[in-house]
Structures are given as C-alpha cells and as structure tokens.
Write a protein that binds this ligand. Structure first.
Ligand code: AQP
Length: 333
C-alpha cells in the first residue's frame, strides 16, 4: 500500500486554507493510503513561540485533525518532536542539500523579509527538516496546499541526491498531491495574498475555532468589488477577491467554480455572501464543536498522540537503522 505523510504547524489556529488545501483531502485519502499525519511542532520553532501556547496549539491541531474526520484508529497521528529520528535524518539530509537549492526557496525569502541577516538557521533549513519528515517514513505521496509545492520538489531532489550518492534506490520520490478546488485559499482582505495564520488581521482568515457569528462577520466584511458576480471563469479570474470567495464556496459545496457561477451569476455580493455564510457555518460548525469537545479532555488527546508516536517511532527507527548501514555510521549493538 502506498503511504502518505503530511503535517501542519501548531502556530496559532488552523484556518480555512489549511482545511480546504490540505486537511479535508487527508480525510478522503485515509481510505486509500497508509496514512501518517504529524503536528510539526519542531517547524513551529522557526519563529518565536510562547511555550504554553505552543503546547496548547499542539493539542488543538490534533483535535482539528480528528474533528475533521481523521480516524486515529486507522491513521498514525503524533507530534514531530516525539520522534527524534526526524531531527536526526534532517542533519544527514542537510549534508546532501546544496546551498544553491535552499537559496531558491521563496518561503524563506518571504518569511525572513528584509531582515535576512537576523533570520535563524532553522527558518532557512526548514525545507530540509520537511524532507526528513517525509523521507523517514519513505512516504510515496504528500497531500499539501499549493504553497508547499516548491518544498516538496526540494524533498524529491534531496531524495534523488542521496540515492545517487550512495548508489542505492532507498528513498522513493514522494509525489505531491495538490487536490481539490481550493489549493490556494487567499486572504479575505486581499485576494492576492495567501490566507495565512501569521497575517496580523484576524479578518483575513476564517479559523476552525471561529463560531457562527465570527464567520458571518468575517465573510460580510470580506473585500469585494462593486460588480455583480460574472457568468464565466474568464471574467472571474480578473477579480481576485471574487474569485477567492467563489472558490471557497465551490470547495465547501464540493462542486466547481463554474457551477457556483451558474447559480450566482448576475447577483450581488450581499446575496452571495449570505449563501456563503450559511454554507461555511454548516460545514465548519460541526468540526468546531467536535474540536471543543475533544479539547475538554487533553489527556485523551495525549493518549492518541502517544500511540501514534510509538507506531511512527518504530518505523522511523527501523528506517534510520537501514540508512546508517548505507551511510557507514557505526551502529553499536
Ligand atoms: N491559504 C492556503 N490555501 C491552501 N492551503 C494552505 N495551506 C496553508 N495555507 C493555505 C496548507 O496547509 C498545510 C499546513 O500548513 P502549515 O501550518 O504547515 O504552514 P503554512 O503553509 O505556513 O500555513 P500558514 O497558515 O501560511 O502559516 P504561517 O502564516 O505561519 O506561514 C500545508 O499543506 C499548506 O500547503
């Protein structure tokens, strides 16, 4: 059976982009793949974190996975720092990743911004740790949003470089799975910017913890233009904010953007936004309620993560042992 690996950072609350671009696809894929879903807490350290908030966010992301429909009986769910082999393989892979490849990563440039010299090494090395997360399980498929495509290409390049260097066929080439209608959900305040946890405006995103009132307020305040909705995709593509809202609608409904346009063409944004509020609340409300229920019993979340970490740790230790034999690192028995 093919194996998928994917993860999310426990930095602030998950949002609609995380859900539509990744999490919802994981739920659909768990029936067809051996599935490993991680809460990548080591990645979160690439930006400053409050220890208490990081802990609570880690459990909250686990709750979101389960509330969205990931079955902890069938899938492995755990937090990255509980399996030490991720960090160990990251070091090994960093010795096979030329700086030129890392210098091309646009996310580092975006996140480091103008103060590049002050950015920490971990932020720069993030894609190598991500490659290790995937390759330690020899995952064959990685379902992510579009923004992670470049990092995944790097993981494939690193896997290839390792195999060539040691003349082995050890790592598979992990295939990106960028699925669904909403592979890149945009900010509600600016249709040219990705919806993101780190955007300072909470009105830019719908969080999975938002209640019905908050969702309604955010959608009503979402930036739009004065024209009614068009009837063709071509006309929609020139209007980033309208395109984003229609894409969200289509993704939540499980239809396509053209089908949404067939229904709302010629109507005003106020009519369309009301329908989008209703649909968003109907789809996200049950997830939010289940997350709240799960978060009321953190010990149960920890038990699920412990079980997952044990299973993931067994596989990771076995693979790392094989890798050490390939590399020539002495394994004392
Ligand atoms: N706007 C988005 N649209 C579609 N997919 C998205 N993803 C993130 N934002 C969108 C996908 O969600 C998964 C987990 O992402 P992450 O938590 O590891 O980190 P991220 O991509 O850095 O998410 P954010 O919200 O943008 O966080 P910050 O602001 O901290 O950088 C990934 O599969 C990602 O593609």
């Amino acid at each position: 059976m093919d194996r998928i690996f994917s993860g999310m950072q426990p930095t602030r609350q998950l949002h609609l982009g995380n859900y539509l671009g990744a999490l919802r696809n994981w739920v659909a894929l768990q029936d067809r793949f051996e599935s490993i879903f991680c809460i990548v807490d080591l990645h979160a350290l690439t930006l400053p974190q409050d220890p208490a908030v990081l802990l609570s966010n880690t459990r909250e992301v686990a709750a979101a996975y389960i509330a969205a429909g990931i079955d902890p009986e069938r899938c492995v769910i755990f937090n990255q720092s509980a399996v030490a082999q991720h960090a160990e393989l990251s070091w090994i892979l960093s010795c096979h990743a030329p700086l030129g490849w890392l210098n091309r990563m646009t996310q580092f440039k975006d996140k480091a911004g103008k103060h590049r010299e002050n950015a920490v090494l971990g932020l720069y090395a993030y894609p190598v740790l991500m490659a290790a997360d995937i390759l330690i399980y020899k995952a064959t498929h990685v379902p992510v949003g579009e923004d992670q495509k470049q990092h995944l290409e790097l993981a494939r390049d690193i896997a290839g470089a390792f195999n060539r260097h040691y003349a082995v066929d050890y790592f598979p080439q992990p295939e990106p799975q960028i699925l669904g209608e909403a592979t890149r959900v945009m900010s509600l305040r600016d249709g040219t910017k990705k919806m993101s946890k780190s955007d300072e405006s909470d009105y830019s995103r719908i969080n999975l913890t938002d209640d019905a009132d908050a969702i309604a307020q955010k959608i009503r305040k979402a930036k739009t233009d004065p024209e009614p909705l068009p009837d063709t995709l071509e006309a929609l593509e020139k209007r980033p904010e309208a395109d984003n809202l229609v894409t969200i609608y289509a993704a939540l409904e499980g239809s396509g953007r053209q089908q949404a346009l067939d229904r709302f063409a010629g109507q005003t944004f106020s009519t369309f936004k009301s329908a989008l509020v209703d649909l968003s609340v109907a789809r996200l409300g049950p997830i939010t309620a289940e997350m709240r229920r799960l978060m009321s019993d953190p010990a149960e979340i920890d038990r699920i993560l412990r079980r997952g970490a044990d299973k993931a740790g067994d596989m990771a230790a076995r693979h790392l042992g094989e890798l050490k034999d390939i590399i020539g690192l002495l394994r004392l028995r």
